[in-house]
Design a protein around this ligand. Structure first.
Ligand SMILES: [Zn+2]
Length: 815
């Protein structure tokens, strides 16, 4: 039972304020007047600023007649009534004296739903919001443009996506975007729209379009204005590079013709390794899964108190499915409850009373079964979902237990040997490794096809296509088509919306057969960085939740296999975790603590820019198949564009091993030119659509391999420039620019810059480089280092050389 205080929420407090507080005493004749004169009592229900203990209290009454009586007495009842064990619960606005009078009259007046403390808290919160709004209104807000881009999609339509951040973070700030319709057109000729305010975990993020807007012409500039007075005009750039050319005419593709179960997928990569032994091999992952298997079960009864269920000790296929249980009413009066077992047939002889009627309750039958040595060797009995089981059971004919599993015999019921396909000419750990893994979530049926298609393309084009040969020669590629084989089988044959693995961590209170589709661990929440066990948001500790993180970090063999692979092969520098659906391209960090939206550390500015540049290459590859553009608003760090996912695998790989852990959500929304709306595709679209998604994201995975290859061969040193962006008489502002994604380390005190010096940061989420302000003439010393570790001018940050960059920025008279 919840305490009344737990139920105190703002919505109910509003009821207090909305109802008239004045109570006419004449309307309450039955209430004894505690004071000699009515005028001395009335103030006890004063205006809402002086409530003198008036509170919204729970009153428990036996029946409707008592409610009517309260009503007739003129008691101030809230518009609320519900059945409880003792009768009806109503809520009344009462002063302490009125409450006492009702108690004297025999009413059961209980704790407060809300009282003055809540009112005070609400007032304070409201005042704080008003003050903030007034402060915001007093100042013109500053608008920071984050992104303004156009792109084409599918059938060649044009779309516009804009993101702008206001310095006024309150909900009254309204931003409007206006754009032209091409060069030399009026600034508002393209259109105008109100932007959406994007918040997450209660915090203002920025304003954006909910989905990209269809355009008739490509705009050159967009102007965003705020009702707070802010305004900014920015050029509209093209999102994603030119469409890539089709690969050479020798290039072969399209190797998937149906959705495939994990047994088929694993068989297919095993056959590929056998066919291409010189450039590939199978890597057996060390932890077998629990397997596509379940205990066999049967349930007896239809009413909770009279219901019990049994679960076999052996898995269904290992004998559990052969067990039967019968609940027999003996043909005798005053019979004692007993259990008899013959082979795998369990008979419960129910107890009867003097008239021969059954008098065994569910809990008595459970106790008898669990207490019988022969029966308890075969099975475990339990009442229904923790019920006390005091109801009498009904007789039932012999019932076979079943594991309910529907997959054909081609799917083994044994623990599953997970296999990764390793592709590379030189597989000795000397080449940059890339780990492509799919189907962590069982129901995302397109994703294993993406991994399989990528593997086929690499192997079958090796001898035909020069670009493919470079990838296979220069990289060490690990492909795991199904990261959740047991759940994958279950999704295909038993419950198509299964997301998690199959393992049942629930106790008997959630172990009944009707719960069988609610068991399992969300593998992408079972990892050890930023997990729910560390206090991060976006996973559950409830065993029946679809985001159940498991009983502990890395409790599941499937998750431990990923950790093993990325540890055993430390040359792995990139990983791609492919999910569906929605059309996203994301990177770490992937989780935050809800309180204060405290993120796992963001990647540094140079790495973030590397991710954005890589996304242009990778997403252009996705687009090359049928024109699908992943939206800029669905590209970026996980929590900026989707939500917090505590304990996900990409964070595990990045924070524990420095592996760039990207995520795809395949299945971008498809634009319908007739309705002018984007439509979501779902987890299991018709195969015709699923096939297209597999083709385009296999191209995306190959784009990732190209990024990895150019990273591995990157010997080019970055170049940087210091750029002074503002000067007043008393200060100067500057920043740095680099010719490729790189980090800049700098000093302002004339010391030699090292990797311990201040690192140039972004000005904010999705913003460009920060501006650094100085108040006296300063010699800035710095160097740039790219993601592959190349240092500008071959400077040695930990050496003694002076070949760092330096420049004097002047302030005041010195200019
Ligand atoms: Zn998923």
């Amino acid at each position: 039972m919840r305490s009344p205080l737990n139920g105190r929420r703002a919505g109910r407090v509003a009821v207090v304020l909305a109802l008239p507080l004045a109570l006419s005493l004449s309307a309450m004749p039955v209430l004894a007047d505690p004071a000699p004169q009515a005028s001395e009592v009335a103030p006890d229900r004063q205006s809402s600023t002086e409530q003198n203990g008036v509170a919204l209290l729970r009153v428990i009454v036996p029946d409707q007649e008592a409610v009517d009586r309260l009503n007739t007495m003129g008691v101030d009842l809230a518009e609320y009534k519900r059945s409880v064990d003792e009768g009806l619960e109503v809520h009344a606005v009462l002063s302490p004296e009125e409450a006492q009078e009702l108690r004297v009259l025999g009413f059961d007046v209980r704790g407060a739903i809300s009282d003055q403390t809540d009112v005070a808290e609400n007032r304070a919160a409201r005042q704080e919001a008003l003050t903030k709004a007034a402060e915001a209104a007093a100042d013109t807000d500053t608008l920071t443009p984050l992104r303004a881009e156009w792109f084409t999609s599918l059938d060649g339509e044009y779309f516009l996506a804009v993101e702008v951040k206001s310095s006024a973070t309150d909900a009254q700030t309204v931003l409007t975007a206006t754009w032209d319709s091409g060069k030399n057109t009026a600034p508002d000729s393209g259109g105008t729209t109100t932007m959406s305010r994007f918040t997450d975990a209660g915090q203002y993020m920025y304003h954006r379009f909910n989905s990209p807007l269809a355009l008739t012409a490509v705009p050159t500039k967009v102007t965003v204005t705020s009702n707070r007075g802010g305004s900014v005009t920015v050029p509209v750039t093209k999102w994603l590079g030119e469409r890539r050319k089709a690969p050479s005419k020798h290039y072969v593709a399209d190797f998937v013709d149906r959705y495939m179960d994990p047994t088929e997928l694993t068989g297919r990569i095993t056959a590929l390794a056998a066919e291409f032994p010189k450039i590939s091999q199978i890597v057996d992952l060390p932890n077998k899964t629990n397997g596509y298997r379940r205990a066999a079960q049967a349930q007896f009864g239809t009413v909770a108190a009279s219901t019990l269920y049994v679960s076999s000790k052996a898995y269904g296929h290992e004998g559990g499915n052969d067990i039967s249980v019968a609940l027999v009413r003996p043909d005798a009066a005053s019979a004692a409850l007993s259990v008899s077992v013959s082979g795998k047939d369990v008979v419960v002889n129910l107890g009867t009373d003097g008239s021969g009627a059954i008098n065994s309750t569910a809990v008595q039958v459970v106790t008898a079964l669990n207490g019988d040595a022969a029966a308890s060797a075969l099975l475990t009995a339990a009442t229904y979902r923790g019920n006390a089981g005091a109801g009498l059971v009904a007789a039932a004919a012999a019932t076979k237990l079943t594991d309910n599993l529907k997959a054909p015999a081609t799917v083994s019921r044994d623990p599953f040997q997970m296999k990764a396909l390793r592709i590379g000419k030189k597989r000795d750990g000397s080449k940059t490794g890339v780990f492509l893994y799919c189907q962590e979530h069982a129901r995302e049926w397109v994703t294993p096809l993406v991994c399989l298609e990528t593997a086929e393309r690499l192997l079958r084009n090796y001898a035909r296509d020069a670009e493919t040969k470079k990838l296979v020669d220069d990289l060490d590629i690990f492909i795991l088509p199904t990261s959740n084989p047991d759940g994958g089988h279950y999704s295909m044959y038993d419950y198509n919306m299964q997301r998690r693995n199959m393992f049942n961590h629930c106790d008997v209170n959630n172990g009944d057969p009707a719960r069988r589709n609610s068991w399992g661990v969300d593998l992408n929440r079972n990892f050890s960085v930023g997990s729910v066990f560390d206090g991060y948001s976006g996973a559950s500790t409830v065993c029946t939740s679809d985001t159940f993180a498991g009983p502990a970090e890395l409790s599941e063999p499937e998750a431990r296999n990923q950790v093993w692979l990325t540890t055993r092969f430390p040359n792995i520098k990139f990983a791609m975790n492919t999910h569906s659906y929605g059309g996203y391209f994301m990177w770490p960090p992937g989780a935050y603590k809800a309180a204060g939206r405290e993120l796992l550390p963001r990647v540094d500015y140079g790495t973030e820019n590397f991710f954005w540049k890589a996304s242009d290459h990778i997403l252009s590859a996705v687009q090359s198949w049928r024109g699908t553009a992943i939206w800029p608003g669905r590209t970026g760090p996980v929590p900026d564009v989707l939500y917090s996912a505590a304990g996900n695998s990409a964070d595990e790989h990045w924070f524990n091993r420095g592996i760039i852990g990207w995520d795809f959500e395949v299945g971008a929304d498809v634009y319908n030119p007739e309705t002018k709306r984007f439509q979501a595709v779902g987890f299991q679209p018709p195969f015709e659509e699923g096939h297209e998604e597999a083709m385009e994201f296999a191209a995306g995975q190959i784009g990732i391999l190209e990024v990895a290859r150019s990273f591995s061969g990157d010997k080019k040193q970055p170049k940087s420039e210091l750029s002074v962006t503002g000067q007043t008489g008393t200060s100067a502002t500057f920043t740095f620019k680099t010719d490729e994604p790189a980090n800049v380390y700098y000093t302002l005190d004339g010391s030699r810059p090292t990797l311990g010096s201040t690192k140039l940061a972004a000005a904010g989420m999705r913003e460009s480089a920060q501006q650094i302000t100085i108040d006296k003439t300063t010699e800035i010393r710095w160097f740039a280092v790219d993601i592959a570790g190349n240092v500008e001018n071959n400077y040695k940050p930990d050496g003694n050389g002076k070949n760092y960059r330096k420049e004097k920025v002047k302030v005041g008279d010195a200019r």
